[in-house]
Ligand binder design. Structure first.
Ligand code: GTP
Ligand code: MG
Length: 368
């Protein structure tokens, strides 16, 4: 049986996983390889799944919990992607608040399904917007110590730490982050890249092509702290329709305004966004706007230049605030947006919750 190379790109919420996966998938496709992508989240109707499909990739979604807790769904989704033709590469994006992936996903895949999967090293993207504060041990970062624990555990278990978004860092900021990483993990392999602009991305592609190490020792994880850290994040997925009272709505302008209004409302509520992403669609045209932290700029990561009297919106928000408060805030902002653009808003889907305690299907332990 042909083995699929299994490449997993981890990292905190908003670190740039989907951006990196799209660039990586493009590279593999250009090299003549068949690629399948698996996205994963606590919720369904993911901006990432729509975004990767809009870019032409075959994508399967594992919703409802992280890969470690939905291990069998990960396998069945990979099988689904193999139905017509077995992909050469499966690229998997775990939930950005998930850790312990080596013990609960990578080694169980090798042990139980080694005849189907060839494991690449685990790459974990370092999100600079929160990384600087967390690695410095700076107080008042908007997340609790428990959420910072997850961030640090993700880096600790990485075979390759990928300092992403170097295009927006000064030389001094890059050097500081590298120093902070080296002081905590002197032996860690670190790459510095821009998934968005491509800087040094070839080094990551080369590293992911190397054989993955068989891990024999696993980091310790306090599942109580991990669960509490995840549960501090309010998770919200919302689907809405905006209809102009007359004339047309410019999709890109609407998305940027929506994320700006959300940013201002979150800031007023003192709620730190981990990642806020909004996808808008007009027929085949898609646009995406993001916010990755309270101090970050609103970004239109995918522009459409589309206009129409009606548009569909999907809001995925992961924010350090109670889900009920997040819902009230999102409803208020969508109403305000509609007023500003002389439109009517219809919210036709709303899921919001705190992630449940992670209970992995498998967990490898150290061989002695
Ligand atoms: N400047 C810059 N921005 C980046 C880079 N990579 C990603 N981004 C931006 O960071 C934001 C988040 O990127 P995503 O790829 O959606 O991040 P993610 O890790 O998949 O986020 P979640 O799935 O929510 O955990 C988007 O606005 C991206 O455009 C980069 O290399 N440089
Ligand atoms: Mg993503």
């Amino acid at each position: 049986m042909k083995r699929m190379r299994f490449v997993m790109i981890g990292g905190f919420l908003g670190a740039g996983k989907t951006t990196a996966i799209a660039r990586l998938a493009k590279h593999y496709v250009a090299a003549g390889l068949k690629v399948g992508v698996v996205t994963n989240d606590q919720a369904y109707d993911l901006v990432d799944t729509h975004s990767l499909r809009a870019q032409g990739f075959r994508v399967g979604e594992v919703p409802g919990a992280c890969f470690c807790c939905k291990f069998d769904d990960l396998i069945s989704t990979a099988s689904e992607l193999s139905k017509d033709e077995v992909p050469d590469v499966i690229i998997a994006e775990p939930v950005g608040s998930c850790t312990d992936l080596v013990a609960t996903v990578i080694e169980p895949l090798r042990a139980l399904h080694g005849e189907r999967f060839e494991l690449a090293p685990l790459a974990v993207l370092l999100k600079p917007e929160h990384g600087q504060k967390i690695l410095r041990g700076q107080a008042g970062l908007g997340f609790s110590a428990k959420a910072a624990y997850i961030f640090l555990k993700q880096i600790e278990e990485a075979d390759i730490v990928v300092m992403n978004k170097v295009d927006k860092l000064t030389t001094a900021e890059r050097e500081e982050l590298l120093k902070l990483l080296a002081s905590r993990w002197p032996d860690k392999r670190v790459l510095a890249v821009s998934a968005k602009q491509g800087e040094s991305f070839d080094a990551l592609i080369a590293a992911l092509g190397e054989p993955g190490d068989v891990h024999e020792r696993f980091m310790e994880v306090d599942y109580d702290v991990y669960a509490q850290g995840e549960a501090e994040l309010g998770w919200l997925n919302c689907q809405a329709k905006l209809t102009a009272s007359g004339g047309e709505l410019a999709l890109d302008v609407i998305l940027v305004r929506l994320v700006t209004l959300l940013r201002d409302a979150l800031s007023e509520a003192g709620a730190e966004p981990a990642h806020l992403k909004v996808l808008g669609q007009i027929d085949e045209d898609t646009a995406i706007a993001n916010l990755v932290g309270s101090g970050a700029d609103v970004e239109l990561s995918l522009a459409s230049h589309a206009k129409a009297p009606v548009l569909e919106l999907i809001i995925n928000a992961r924010v350090a605030v109670a889900p009920e408060e997040l819902e009230a805030l999102v409803r208020g902002v969508v109403g305000k947006l509609a007023d500003e653009f002389a439109a009517t808003a219809q919210i036709h889907g709303m899921q919001r919750f705190r992630p449940g305690r992670p209970v992995p299907t498998h967990r490898a332990s150290a061989s002695s």
